[in-house]
Design a binder for this molecule. Sequence first.
Ligand code: HEM
Length: 115
Amino acid sequence: MVPQYQTSSHSFDVNADNDIKPPKSEILYEGYLYDVTSFMSRHPGGNIIRFYAQPGEDATLAIQQFHYRSMNKILKILKTFPKRTFQPSENENGIKMRQASFNKNFNRVLLNILS
Ligand code: HEM
């Protein structure tokens, strides 16, 4: 298996020759990290996806709430990306802290959309 190294903003793959490959962008959705490196600049919803590609962010609620009308399509797209299991030890505290405040904001936005 390819070892992975995490910095504050990106993860790097290092191959057997210890060459560092370009940074990879991953999105956490329902316990899996999806490699969205090639998709980020094509995301129809724009650059907000970059925020969620930071280590420590969980995009699950944002994805479900912002695409609630087209989740089938979104899940089909997600299936095309390489994925790996998220280890809870990776940034667990950061996720918990940020999720609490973001959940509140997203629910406010969702209620506005639905009203
Ligand atoms: C890999 C994950 C994601 C995929 C595959 C994805 C895919 C898409 C697609 C296909 C659209 C076009 C509209 C649609 O069909 O619903 C869209 C729009 C949008 N996305 Fe994402 N997205 C992802 C992550 C995110 C994240 C993390 C956010 C954060 C808030 C986000 C926010 C939006 C917004 C605001 C729009 C515009 C909605 C609209 O025009 O009504 N997306 N996305």
